[in-house]
Design a protein around this ligand. Structure first.
Ligand SMILES: C[S@@+](CC[C@H](N)C(=O)[O-])C[C@H]1O[C@@H](n2cnc3c(N)ncnc32)[C@H](O)[C@@H]1O
Length: 282
């Protein structure tokens, strides 16, 4: 049988994860607004047991751990490099109610009905078998337990990626990422996600339309360092000649500079804040 999520494992437990680990502070700053809304929606109470799916460098895990104390929080992720950061940061914060697991949430053997809440900040869009993944997550939740997921809406509503693609297109007609496939837009289609959650034993499915600005860095130089090295950029530069790569990166720097404000380099974004509960009868 083929290894589940083989491509995403290779990317996240490889170059993409390494970049997110190396620039952990910048990515944590960029995700702060989304995390605040996610944790507000999750409404974690003291004593609850929480799973943070795709926890990355662990910022949301640490914030959830403070809300859940003395309850425990488990962070699961594919990236060895980000989990190393997450462990160091959680110990430095003096948290004793957090554990991290290197694993794939789609197939990980969670103890059944062991979590009150599952949260994920942009970590639940990468499954190659969404039915298997959400069935596995539902089993890990106690009946009535809840999930709160932040996930990107469609490409055209996410300026941070449309400007990047335009800057790097260099006359090419770039293929649009397929909604519903593993990647940033895996949960972008509201109807598809609604059906998926109902089919896998969730109820009370709700969508919040989140338009949180995406801050890529304090300055153009900082934002350029991040955006010129991340996964989407590397993919878009791959087939260009060295001269075209240099021009494309100059164009990217210019568009970043045009978005620099006194509060940092800011692009628009659109996410779904997806909430649901495990059916009591499943
Ligand atoms: C866009 S990053 C977000 C990281 C973190 N939640 C944050 O807000 O900074 C997506 C994360 O999901 C993780 N991930 C993707 N697929 C996963 C899976 N099947 N199981 C566990 N983690 C996964 C990746 O390794 C990566 O750390």
């Amino acid at each position: 049988m083929a290894e589940p999520n083989a491509e995403m494992r290779k990317a996240w437990d490889g170059p993409d994860g390494d970049i997110w680990a190396a620039s952990a502070d910048q990515y944590e700053t960029r995700g702060a607004g989304h995390r605040r809304l996610l944790l507000q929606a999750a409404a974690i109470a003291s004593g609850e047991r929480v799973l943070d799916l795709g926890c990355g460098n662990g910022a949301s895990t640490r914030e959830a751990a403070r809300m859940a104390e003395p309850g425990e929080v488990v962070g699961i992720d594919l990236s060895t490099a980000m989990l190393a950061n997450a462990r160091v940061r959680s110990a430095a914060a003096g948290l004793t109610n957090v554990t991290f697991v290197h694993g794939d949430a789609q197939v990980h053997d969670f103890e059944p009905e062991s979590f009150d809440v599952i949260i994920s900040n942009a970590g639940a869009m990468f499954f190659d078998d969404t039915v298997a993944a959400f069935t596995n997550l539902r089993r890990a939740l106690r009946p009535g337990g809840r999930i709160a997921l932040m996930a990107w809406q469609r490409l055209e509503d996410n300026e941070w990626l449309t400007v990047l693609r335009e800057a790097l297109a260099m006359g090419r007609d770039l293929p649009s990422p397929v909604v519903g496939m593993p990647g940033p837009f895996g949960l972008a289609d509201r109807e598809q996600v609604s059906a998926l959650l109902s089919d896998t034993g969730f109820t009370d499915v709700r969508f919040g339309d989140v338009r949180e600005p995406s801050v890529f860095g304090a300055t153009t130089a900082e934002a350029f360092a991040l955006m010129s090295d991340d996964g989407p950029t590397r993919g878009l530069l791959e087939d260009l000649s060295d001269a075209d790569k240099a021009t494309a990166l100059d164009q990217l720097r210019a568009v970043i500079a045009a978005h620099e404000t006194p509060s940092g380099v800011i692009f628009g974004s659109a996410s779904w804040l997806i909430r649901a509960r495990r059916s009591r009868v499943a």
